[in-house]
Design a binder for this molecule. Structure first.
Ligand code: ARG
Length: 343
């Protein structure tokens, strides 16, 4: 099946023929739209750099500021920051080059426990701030039971946990109460207040091996907020078990110790103390300028940075891909920062 889509970013609109993906992945999910989750990053081994990203990626993460990634503690336990790499603006792990940053500092939550999986949360401070849109963090402790949790990642697409996706997958799962989750797990695991569970009683849809550390989002008052970090589960998508996520709101104080994530600052582009249409105009112009600069400096000069899709060919596909990402940044900025704060 093929779909005809028209993609527009600022003044540039391009019609594209895309293959429609119907087959379920993540486990029981679907293919994500490239550029639609600009806060989602791949956490990978830095070495050997020659190895394809597909073979080096082992976890997901979320940008909560331009130089801070939130991930699971179990993902980065026992690793040194020098051995880690964070890659943003990736859709296809086998093709996209993305934006790469080394990790300057790794901060494990002091209460993380690898046996109980309590406080499975860690921060990575990036050496190079990334040009991507951070996701705002849910800082209120809400029960969230019954709400949809939106998850995404390059993790296993089958329940056995050994068939890894090349392209980003996403799905939604309903949040269940911690009491329901504890009943399901019985003596197997203690579900603490620092955890959040989601899934269907009958199973079928879930995060899985390789999705760990990735963001789980809830929609509150029309805004998407980071509420969970993929942590663990008994198998994947199994009936009578749920996926378990780190309950991010419980760690607001820990995050504030290190990260300054002020959504207002990001919305007030011209720094006049008000969030209004003038900020949207400036933001759009800034993205347009960035795109133009890329065309001039990377694409027209046929430099490495012009090869966005990593196929060693600098052609119209790279313009299209770069345009898609810019559009993703714009969409995310308007919905995550500007819109809710409009005066
Ligand atoms: N611990 C796994 C990882 O390291 C993630 C497991 C998530 N499992 C689940 N059933 N939701 O990738």
């Amino acid at each position: 099946m093929r779909n005809l889509l028209t993609l527009c970013f600022a003044a540039l609109c391009l019609p594209v023929l895309t293959a429609a993906h119907a087959e379920p992945r993540i486990v029981g999910g679907r293919s994500a739209t490239p550029g639609s989750m600009p806060w989602l990053v791949a956490v990978a081994d830095a070495k050997p750099p020659a190895k394809p990203l597909y073979d080096r990626q082992f976890c997901g993460g979320a940008l909560i500021a331009d130089n801070w990634v939130l991930t699971a503690a179990h993902c980065v336990e026992g690793t040194r920051p020098e051995s880690l790499q964070v890659v943003a603006q990736i859709y296809d792990l086998t093709k996209d080059s993305g934006q790469v940053s080394a990790v300057r500092r790794k901060i494990m939550h002091p209460n993380y426990n690898r046996f109980s999986m309590n406080a499975d949360i860690a921060l990575l401070e990036l050496a190079t701030p990334l040009d991507a849109i951070p996701i705002p963090v849910l800082q209120q402790n809400l029960a969230l039971t019954g709400q949809w949790l939106s998850i995404a990642g390059w993790g296993s697409i089958d329940k056995a946990g050994n068939n890894y996706a090349e392209q980003l997958r996403e799905t939604e799962v309903p949040i269940v109460s911690n009491a329901t989750c504890q009943r399901a797990y019985g003596r197997l695991d203690k579900i603490t207040g620092n955890m959040l569970c989601a899934g269907f009683k009958e199973g079928g849809r879930d995060s899985c091996q390789g999705d760990s550390g990735g963001p789980a989002l809830v929609e509150i008052n029309g805004r998407w907020l980071l509420a969970g970090v993929v942590s663990f589960g008994e198998g994947c998508a199994r009936a009578n078990y749920y996926g378990i996520y780190t309950r991010v709101s419980r760690f607001a104080a820990f995050l504030h110790e290190y990260v300054d994530f002020d959504g207002n600052r990001l919305a007030d582009v011209n720094q006049d103390g008000r969030v209004n249409a003038a900020d949207a105009i400036d933001k759009n112009q800034a993205l347009q300028d960035e795109f133009d600069a890329w065309l001039e400096d990377c694409w027209k000069t046929r430099s490495d940075c012009g090869d966005v899709d990593g196929d060693k060919n600098i052609d119209w596909r790279d313009v299209l891909r770069r345009n898609q990402y810019m559009d993703g940044l714009w969409q995310a900025w308007t919905t995550e920062y500007w819109q809710p704060l409009r005066d």
